[in-house]
Design a protein around this ligand. Structure first.
Ligand code: IPT
Length: 958
């Protein structure tokens, strides 16, 4: 049995949140401290009660011991044999809380370490960065402590247990605990020591905590800094003092102040010997914002009565004020747009054990796509994440590690979990309060709304009134207009429809609503998704009170396992686990390997900082930034009309933040034939996220594409009458390999039963869309006159909302390049194409960008498309003769895509499949949110597709 705790089993007791753990402070492990990362000895037991006491003391050299990496999730490490388990809402074992599963894998981590260099009286603190789910610490066989909350560090004083020379450290990690019921986030259940472990040495008298209040007064344009240093003194003598010195980025002193630690009782009941407070007002400093993340450094020193510095720490400081004023969330007195995403700590091989470089890579990829806000869904990240956000400029909603989704309405009112609630929220605040990037505290995710929330909110309201509170379920359960005010200062719903968002804006405009509206989750990026993203932002820009939101989510959580035998990214169920939620875990804007999915281009466009539009003979430039001008950007314009392209620089002068400026249109936009006027904004200088010339924003003014003249028909080459290169077709086509938003093909049964996600796929299956001859379902006629093809489709009312209406060709695979005039360069869909520019594009054949095979590769608003054989110079060309069409040319049929369950299992078709659509269904957000908007549904009635198809043999040109 485990020494000391084995008999009373804290892991099974929700009231037991910690034993022997020190209070959380802003002073965590820093780079100069001793790290205990690397190879540890490791042994896995079936359950915590089975661990013999000799497992945590004595030799760890026997055969039953293996080696694992720390930080790491043992569930992803070789030889351990305890694999990940994916569930979203459900618990991976039966409830109710605090029930635990029969088998409860428990790992014993062991390693030797040498006592760190220390002077007599110094204390040695052990920091356990993150253990999933709970952990127990022994040093040299002596019980040290017990800690919960898998996503925050636990610090223990181990001074008394350490001896000179070599020491032995054992950390027992229990995979499931009573606290797992409040860590039921949508993600992999993976266990282990996934964050760094280290030792900190502190002098006998020390600064235990340093709290900084760095405010910026926008009206006075001055900063102020309050420093509260908590001290622990060896002896309560008079004469101790604390000094705070503020320096700017260049190391130049800005302010210096001192305060004594008053160890006397200054008045009845009040003892001040535990802290020193310093207030410096009226500082001539620059403010911090995500647009201009100016940081200072504050060095705090503890001086003994002789004036000698005995301890010191330094913290970064950003001066800024966050407040909710009426329906606006203000940073330094101004409204800011929340161009956000939800981010999990995730790495495809290391799971939750992300490195600082991984986090930086995430932020760089985000910033390249104009994302400047992150919700740390659904737990506090490594502290270095916030350091990066402070430094690089991101607004952060810092979220407590609380989700009791499976028992939403229950746990939040269970008194035995009250301490867990308050402590998880409070410890996050205690750790992160000095970070300027943190603009709101979130009480967690999907945990209902109960007394435990109000207890936690009450603590924060007193301890850090400088930041607003954020909690979604408070407004979900009690209403957007007036609900949940104690737990949230903002209305932060998930997955509302566009009209619902507009309704809230209208309520603000009419004085019926008075809180800022910031969606904590919206635009679910599962597979080929993010329909209507631009529609959301049209509404957000149009109404007061609406400030943006956080897309769900940043990255897919696919994982590779060293024992899988291949390098496939796994989703739920692939480890044989049950229950599971399949590919609901593959719902990111980027792949698990950080490759952008096509939807990210739409995000970059929608989140752009500068918008340009043509009004009559003027160009109107709108600066959407809150603090900065546009001086760092260069604007270029291009006018494409028929065969002429003109271009130049657009000189708009300075455009103050939040304002618009007009300049004359530099060129005539022809209305009688197709004209495309484009303005793009690119960076003038290299930045941390991209080299100079990086395009951050663009807009187009496009003459009506449906009336347009084709710029490239001029001088078209001679044609052969038969379309050589065409292997088969055209044949009518109604089916697209369902996207995740159409329905979950991998979880058909379950989705039907639980009415999860869009139900459209079920309807299509029952209508026989994937299996029937299209001409048996709809009226279809084809007419060929010379090289002109005319297809007429009559869709009966009963088939409203089809996947697509069009034709398909099978093409000789030697055609490996495509060129087209329409939207591009990346794939785009009717409700996700505003971020795709109209132009003449050229590319190779697309590869499936999604983990789960599904429809991909479409290009909308196409006037003409060509396929080229680069070896022979042969070309197949399709020109729209009435409406522009959508097309894709990929190496898979819809049937192949639909049948395959993993990208790695998808075989390429020997031929190229060219699809031409008169209509194609939008993407919507049906997997977790509103279905396709009616505007992007295929209506019943007549659809026509008329085009000329020609083949040019290279020989014909000679
Ligand atoms: C919502 C969750 O907050 C998030 O963690 C994730 O699961 C997302 O959905 C779907 O991917 S909860 C949902 C039931 C609305």
């Amino acid at each position: 049995m485990l020494p000391v705790v084995g008999a009373f089993r804290p892991w099974a007791d929700a009231t037991q949140t910690a034993i022997g753990r020190l209070p959380m402070t802003t002073r965590g492990l820093d780079p100069t401290d001793t790290r205990l990362d690397g190879a540890w000895r490791f042994r896995l037991f079936e359950r915590p009660d089975e661990i013999s006491d000799d497992a945590v003391v004595g030799s760890a050299a026997g055969d039953e011991w293996m080696t694992v990496e720390v930080p790491g999730n043992w569930s992803l490490q070789e030889g351990v044999g305890d694999t990940p388990h994916y569930t979203n809402v459900e618990m991976p074992f039966e409830g109710p809380p605090p029930t635990l599963p029969e088998r409860n894998a428990t790992g014993v981590y062991r390693r030797a370490f040498s006592a760190p260099r220390r002077a007599p009286g110094d204390r040695v603190l052990l920091s356990v960065g993150g253990a999933d789910s709970v952990h127990i610490v022994y040093v040299n066989g002596e019980f040290i402590g017990y800690g919960t909350d898998a996503r925050l560090e636990s610090v223990y004083d181990v001074s008394h247990a350490i001896r000179d020379g070599e020491n032995d450290l054992a950390i027992v990690v229990v995979r499931f605990s009573a606290h797992s019921h409040v860590e039921d986030q949508d993600g992999w259940w993976m266990a282990g020591l996934h964050r760094p472990v280290g030792l900190m040495v502190r002098p006998p008298s020390s600064l235990t905590d340093v709290r900084l209040g760095a405010d910026w007064d926008p009206s006075a344009e001055r900063g102020s800094l309050s420093v509260r240093a908590e001290v622990s003194l060896e002896a309560l003598d008079e004469g101790w003092s604390v000094r705070a010195s503020l320096t700017d980025g260049a190391g130049v002193s800005v302010a210096d102040a001192m305060s004594s630690v008053d160890v006397g009782h200054t008045d009845t009941y009040r003892f001040t010997g535990f802290a020193a407070e310093i207030d410096s007002g009226d500082l001539g400093v620059e403010p911090w914002s995500a647009e201009s993340p100016v940081l200072y450094r504050c060095r705090i020193e503890l001086l003994n009565p002789e004036g000698v510095v005995v301890d010191s720490t330094s913290q970064r400081v950003g001066f800024r004020r966050v407040e909710v004023v009426g329906p606006d969330l203000l940073v330094n007195g101004r409204r800011v747009w929340i161009h956000g995403v939800n981010r999990h700590d995730h790495h495809p091989e290391r799971g939750a054990a992300v490195s600082v470089a991984d986090m930086r890579a995430d932020l760089m990829q985000m910033r390249r796509h104009n994302i400047t806000a992150v919700r740390t869904s659904h737990y506090p990240n490594r502290p270095e994440f916030l350091d990066l956000c402070d430094e690089l400029g991101f607004y952060v909603v810092d979220e407590a590690n609380i989700e009791s989704h499976a028992h939403n309405w229950h746990v939040c009112d269970m008194p035995e979990y009250r301490e867990a609630w308050v402590e998880r929220v409070a410890r996050m605040v205690q750790r992160d309060r000095n970070h300027p990037s943190v603009i709101m505290w979130s009480l967690g995710n999907e945990s209902g709304y109960g007394a435990n929330h109000d207890a936690a909110a009450g603590w924060v309201r007193r301890a850090d009134p400088s930041r607003p509170l954020h909690y979604e379920d408070a407004i979900r359960t009690q209403g957007w207009i007036d609900g949940g005010r104690h737990a949230t200062h903002v209305v932060c719903p998930m997955y509302p429809t566009v009209p619902e968002v507009a309704d809230y804006g209208r309520a603000v405009a009419e004085g019926r609503a008075d809180r800022p509206f910031i969606m904590c989750e919206y635009s679910h990026a599962m597979g080929n998704a993010n329909g209507s993203l631009a529609d959301y932002w049209d509404v957000i820009h149009a109404w007061p009170g609406l400030q943006g939101g956080f897309i769900w989510e940043w990255k897919d959580h696919g994982v590779r396992h060293p024992e899988a035998g291949d390098d496939r990214l796994h989703y739920g169920g692939m480890f044989g686990e049950s229950p599971h939620d399949g590919n609901f875990i593959a719902d990111g804007l980027v792949s698990a390997d950080l490759e952008p999915h096509p939807g990210l281009a739409e995000v970059a466009w929608v989140y752009r900082d500068v918008a340009t539009r043509v009004e009559g003979d003027r160009v109107v430039v709108e600066n959407r930034r809150s603090f900065a001008g546009l001086g760092d950007l260069r604007a270029r314009w291009t006018m494409t009309a028929r065969d002429t392209v003109t271009s130049g620089d657009l000189d708009v002068g300075e455009v103050p933040p939040g304002q618009s400026r007009e300049v004359p249109l530099p060129v005539n936009v022809p209305v009688d034939r197709l004209g495309v006027f484009t303005v793009s904004w690119e960076t003038r200088e290299d930045s941390w996220f991209a080299p100079a010339g990086h395009v951050v924003a663009w807009d187009q003014h496009v003459a009506d594409l449906s009336l347009a003249d084709d710029p490239a028909t001029v001088g078209s080459a001679p044609v052969t009458s038969t379309a050589s290169g065409v292997v088969a077709g055209p044949d009518p086509q109604l089916w697209r390999a369902a996207v995740d938003n159409d329905g979950f093909k991998l979880m058909l049964e379950r989705a039907a039963r639980e009415s999860k996600g869009s139900q459209r796929l079920h309807r299509w299956l029952s209508q026989g869309i994937p299996t029937s001859e299209p001409s048996q379902l709809i009226g279809y006629q084809r007419e060929t006159v010379g090289d002109i093809e005319r297809h007429v489709f009559d869709v009966p009312a009963s088939l409203e909302g089809l996947p697509r209406v069009g034709v398909r060709y099978v093409i000789d695979p030697r055609f490996t390049r495509m060129r087209w005039f329409g939207r591009g360069p990346g794939e785009n869909y009717p409700d996700r194409n505003r971020g795709a520019m109209v132009g003449i594009w050229e590319s190779g054949i697309d590869q499936l960008p999604y983990l789960i095979p599904q429809e991909y590769g479409l290009r909308t608003d196409t006037r003409w498309a060509e396929l080229h054989d680069p070896d022979t110079g042969d070309r197949i060309r399709v020109e729209a003769l009435d409406q522009p069409f959508s097309f894709s040319a990929i190496r898979h049929t819809a049937e192949d895509l639909y049948d395959a369950t993993h990208a790695a299992d998808l075989r390429e078709n020997p031929c190229l499949i060219l699809s031409l659509d008169a209509a194609h269904r939008g993407l919507g957000n049906g997997a977790c949110g509103p279905d396709v908007d009616a505007r992007y549904e295929i209506q019943p009635g007549r659809h026509t597709l008329v085009y000329r198809v020609t083949t040019r043999r290279a020989a014909d040109r000679r």
